[in-house]
Design a binder for this molecule. Sequence first.
Ligand code: THU
Length: 172
Amino acid sequence: MAKKINKPDVYTLTVTAEIEVYASVEKLPKADQILMAKAKEAVENAYAPYSHFKVGAAVRLSNGKIILGNNQENAAYPSGLCAERVAIFQAGALYPQAAVKAIAICCQSVLKPVLEPVTPCGACRQSIAEYESRSGVPIRLIMTGQKGSVYVANSIHTLLPLLFNGALLGKK
Ligand code: THU
């Protein structure tokens, strides 16, 4: 008979995350630099008359296409949408069969210069996670502020550990 191993009543589950920090965009691998240049193009067209905080995003797909997004605000505040979701939803709408390989994110603030990397909000993390689990391909996240260092994460799990597992819903 197999010996039963008892689990302790209480133990600590340690969650770790590793993020690569590059000193500047110029130090990134070439493909990431190109994607970030696209995000910087996208930030110019952000519509942020309320927060004055512009965000740009560029998504690279497995078919080689690059899709841009930027934040779109609304006088009824919650009706707006973040740059990351504008980009990733547009990618899903145009190329549903392609996997999202990477997303670059940057910002431009009028009120206060942002000298540290901007990271996606919780709702965007959850949305990005949906696309990672949909394709099974990890999404590389490249994040910077107006200037300065760049964070690179190899999967959305790095930014959203213990995320809700859609597989729990079961299959019909
Ligand atoms: N915003 C984004 O577009 N992405 C983020 O990751 C964080 C915040 C937008 C939402 C809003 O238009 C403005 O930035 C200020 O919160």
